[in-house]
Design a protein around this ligand. Sequence first.
Ligand code: 4AD
Ligand code: MG
Length: 448
Amino acid sequence: MSTNTTAPLATIASLSAYEGQVVTLRGWLYNLRSSGKLLFPTFRDGSGTIQGIVPKAAVPEDVFETLKSLTLESSLVVTGLVRADSRAPSGFELDVHDVTITQRIPDDTPYPIQLKEAGVDFLMEHRHLWIRTPRQSAILRVRATIMRAAAEYFDTHDFTRTDPPILTPNACEGTSELFEMDYFGDDKAYLTQSGQLYIEATALALGKVYSFGPTFRAEKSKTRRHLTEFWMIEPEVTYLDLDGLMDLAEGFLTHIVTRVLESHRNELKVIGKDISKLEAIIAPGHFPRLSYDEAHQMLLDAHAKGLIEHPHTYGDDFGSPDETYISNQFDKPVMVHRYPAAVKAFYMQPDPNDPTKALCVDVLAPEGYGEIIGGSQRVDSYDLLKSRIEAHNLPMDAFQWYLDLRKYGSVPHSGFGMGIERCVAWICGLEHVRETIPFARTLNRIYP
Ligand code: 4AD
Ligand code: MG
């Protein structure tokens, strides 16, 4: 079998530019149906899938026989005529002329992931192969766009990207969730939980900055929202107050959803996401803003009406069912601000009108996806920050440099962090964050 070298190399995603032409595709056999003297192989090439038509009478016999017995996920190069077909998911079908096998998977070691339903444990164990299926590939494409759009928003709004270290001498969020490692014998190092403390320093150098990278939490929680390794994007801005921070979060999320809708309606269909829910995000109107006190009252009312099981206790953080109830009251992400300082991080600026509250915001995604963004105005007084570090039993030595930022030209400043995987889970409508990242790291899994 010879590959037709004159046919231009194309990708399945770009076939609309080749209608009526013979092209070469490099891909894999995704599925195969046959009915007598007709074969219907489905090819995938990473950019999409397309159904091929192979009538026995129309192709050389070896092409027909090769395809007829070909094992699924064998790699190949195929040439054929691109024909528009409105019933095909991609809009096209391929009249196969020729095929060259790159690697044929032997019959006795078939591809382990079958098209039938497999349990999620099995699929996670074979994640390196599971990502080849259309739904998983579509999720990864949407993830890439979310990451690009997130960075693009800051790049086009005068932010400078500054990369914080991953190996750090101190905690940023809870000390109970730190991955600890030995650093050349004498010192301990920790995998970063957030770049925030470092980008506070770069913000004081550059004004508007952001960081974007992997972060780590030794979370003992086995929930559908928690990973031990995830990607966070974090802006930090000098002279920005809480209201300005909420404006920033709103513009940022609107941009991301706009970009996803621009390029991924097909993928969202494959994934099974209700697109109208995303269109509501970018429709005119602001994201609702709710104080902690207002959210608390909303939960008490809901409990009185029997809409939620447990009454919310004033002063406590919101549980998952609380967040779900609150977010379900709105079509857009809801920004809950001014939580009790006692349930929030040490670096948050107290509200001057009620110092028991922190000038912070959690953005809760619609449809019960919970917190996707957490942020705050930062303590800018040296004395207050020092007493907070003491009160939280944090090692003062490791925070000297961070205190310096309040000693030398301190200014009000604010920032937030968004976990990419939480955002992907929400935008794609996924049950669990493990499907939002190529290789999820959780309490129970570090393979493959
Ligand atoms: O709310 P968090 O802990 O805030 C911070 O880390 C701040 N230092 C950020 C800042 O102000 N610059 O985390 C921020 C976001 C959460 O809203 C969530 O989206 C995500 O990070 N996140 C996780 N995602 C997946 N798995 C986990 N275990 C996560 N923990 C936090
Ligand atoms: Mg948080």
